[in-house]
Design a protein around this ligand. Sequence first.
Ligand SMILES: [Zn+2]
Length: 83
Amino acid sequence: MSLFAPLLCDSFGKEENEMDKKLKTTIATVAALVLVGGGIFFGVTSAKKGEKCRYCGKYWPHGEIMGHQIRCDKNKESMSFRK
Ligand SMILES: [Zn+2]
C-alpha cells in the first residue's frame, strides 16, 4: 500500500501533469520543426530540380521552363502554331 501512496498523492499527480504538458509541448515543437524543416528542404530540392516540362518531361530551371516549353521539340501544339 505504501508503494502506491505517491501515485495517489496530489502533488505527485500535478508534477506528472506538468511533465506531461512539457513533453507534449516538446513533441509539438519538434513536430513543428520537422514540418518546417521538411518544407524548406522540399522547397530547396524542388527549386534546384526546377520545373518539369509537360512535353518532354525534362526538368528546367524556373526561369527557363516557360521559354523552353514553347520551344520544346515535343511541343507539337506550338510547332503547328509556328507553321
Ligand atoms: Zn521540353
